[in-house]
Design a protein around this ligand. Structure first.
Ligand code: ADP
Length: 537
């Protein structure tokens, strides 16, 4: 049975019979004669190109869908077809950029065939919009451009600019914006904006938004993707009118997250009405995640730079504001003490002794702070030479002798005659003083302190231990021991003075020697520190 036909009257061009199946087809179908005059235009062509059947029939196909810049080539193609040649398009499946009635341009996939009718040759075109597929294929280019842009960006600002430009230029969005949350000011600020060349944004431009307002505000507040098919029919949006004035319709916003917080929103605006589309959403989501991670990493780096600067300032502050005045006080107090001792004045002498003691404590603290800051910021380098660790430990033990004796501690030392390693003798002595000083300080009178050092079985590593029978460190607190200013509860309960800096400095020094320092397993009361250092072999 022949398929039913629909008679389509096309102005003066005459009649062209269109089968009913083409009226129902999802594919846009149109036909034109050898002069380019439209003879048929099905409902799918109406939706695809934006002209009604009545508006299209009888008009030149060139005027309807061909982009101005493609018209000379289009005319040449039509002339070839009219002359009976197959041109570039006849019998082939090709992609073209065409123009919609509202002026926006988009890609279609089209096939062109011809039939010879009594009225002459007719060309039949079948087309469908391939915007989504086209976008997906270009997303690889966007991702490459974004990755390169992020790698080359000198700051977060330039990184944002790279991303919006890559999205706008490669995917042909007229406007792309990157909004970031300014937590201090409780605002959103526009960190980067791309606008298609020649597009005058006018009052569409906003640089700040209250949280929760506008598309970016909503995306950030709800931390979810938001797709507005047509801003012009969604007047609830802050910039809907301004968008209308510059022909923007669809608006899509995706949140930038770091896994915990929403850092901002990436928003694209298009010049046509578009319904939500999964592929585009997941591609934009992937890009937003990449940018979110980058911004987070960058923020951490910028903070670290800021911190390093603060450390330098801190170093200068401790030197000038703390160390120098304390040294002056200590010197003056010592002088006065000597003078008062000669005069035999008991009370003022005791006060002065207290001043000297406390000034010395402050002085130790200032030196420790300076050492730590210098070591960590690289201002103080380790100067290794061929060193005998046994001699260094021996000197520290000798120096600590009077303090150990004052507390009636049994000080046992087991050292080889020599222990060669490549190290900084001044800094290693500092470690020896700290470990031994702590052992004596945190061991009540009558206890024992044992220092040992030697090569391990491999002959490659020096093992150095400082053990005591003192107040110990509760097991639960041990992981925190090497943190700055950390003091164990046992030391605090007994009110034994200290700064909580010595071990951090010791660890930094040992690590600079490619060694390790840790608390060793300890049987009975007390504490054992274990240091390992590479030996000179
Ligand atoms: P400081 O002794 O000046 O407080 P350190 O960094 O040398 O600073 O030590 C940090 C903390 O570790 C001390 O406050 C103390 O609580 C604990 N500690 C260190 N050595 C010992 C030890 N031998 N016995 C018990 N506690 C110790």
């Amino acid at each position: 049975m022949p398929s039913p036909t629909v008679r389509v009257t096309c102005g003066e061009a005459g009649l062209h019979e269109v089968p009913a199946v083409l009226t129902a087809a999802l594919e846009a179908y149109f036909a034109f004669d050898r002069h380019g005059r439209v003879l048929a235009w099905n409902p799918a062509a109406e939706t695809t190109f934006g002209y009604t059947h009545a508006q299209a029939c009888g008009r030149q196909i060139e005027d309807l869908i061909v982009r101005p810049q493609s018209r000379p080539a289009g005319r040449a193609e039509l002339a070839a077809l009219a002359a009976g040649q197959s041109g570039h398009s006849l019998g082939r499946r090709l992609q073209w950029f065409v123009r919609h009635a509202d002026g926006h341009e988009f890609p279609v996939e089209m096939t062109l065939t011809s039939t010879d009718e009594p009225t002459g040759r007719i060309f039949h075109a079948f087309a469908h919009d391939v915007t989504s597929a086209h976008r997906a294929s270009r997303f690889a280019a966007v991702e490459t451009a974004v990755a390169r842009g992020l790698a080359e960006a000198a700051s977060s600002d330039t990184a944002g600019a790279h991303v919006v430009t890559a999205l706008g230029a490669h995917l042909d969005w007229p406007v792309v914006e990157l909004w970031l949350v300014d937590e201090q000011r409780q605002l959103l600020t526009c960190a980067a904006r791309y606008a298609r060349s020649g597009l005058r944004l006018g009052d569409f431009v906003l640089d700040e938004l209250e949280c929760g307002t506008g598309l970016p505000g909503r995306v950030c507040a709800e931390a979810t993707t938001c797709w507005v098919s047509d801003l012009q029919t969604s007047p609830g949006y802050l910039r809907a009118r301004a968008a209308g004035r510059i022909g923007l319709h669809v608006a899509i916003g995706v949140p930038l997250c770091n896994g915990v917080h929403t850092l901002g929103a990436l928003c694209v605006f298009g010049d046509r009405v578009e319904e939500p589309e999964e592929t585009l959403l997941s591609l934009l989501g992937g890009l937003a995640a990449q940018l979110g991670q980058y911004l987070e990493r960058r923020r951490a780096e910028e903070l670290a730079i800021e911190l390093a600067r603060t450390k330098d300032e801190f170093l200068a502050m401790v030197t000038h504001e703390l160390r120098n005045p304390v040294a002056t006080i200590a010197a003056a107090a010592t002088l006065l003490q000597e003078e008062l001792a000669e005069l035999n004045l008991e009370q003022p002498l005791r006060s002065l002794q207290a001043i000297t003691r406390n000034a010395e404590r402050l002085s130790v603290m200032a030196e420790d702070l300076l050492d730590l800051a210098r070591l960590e910021s690289g201002h103080l380098a380790i100067q290794p030479t061929d060193t005998d660790l046994a001699a260094i430990i021996g000197q520290a033990v000798e120096n600590a002798g009077p303090a150990a004796q004052a507390k009636q501690l049994t000080l046992t030392v087991r050292l080889p005659r020599r222990l060669d390693l490549h190290g900084d003798p001044v800094r290693l002595r500092q470690v020896a003083d700290n470990l031994l000083g702590n052992a004596i300080k945190y061991t009540p009178a009558g206890g024992a302190v044992t220092v040992t050092a030697g090569l391990d079985d491999t002959g490659q590593t020096v093992t150095w231990t400082v053990a005591d029978t003192g107040i110990g460190i509760p097991a639960a607190e041990r992981p925190r021991l090497f943190r700055r200013f950390y003091r164990a509860s046992t030391a605090l309960q007994q009110r034994i003075p200290g700064t909580g800096l010595g071990l951090v400095i010791s660890r930094t020094i040992i690590e600079r020697h490619r060694g390790t320092i840790a608390l060793a397993d300890h049987t009975g009361p007390g504490t054992t520190f274990l240091v390992r250092l590479p030996a000179t072999t």
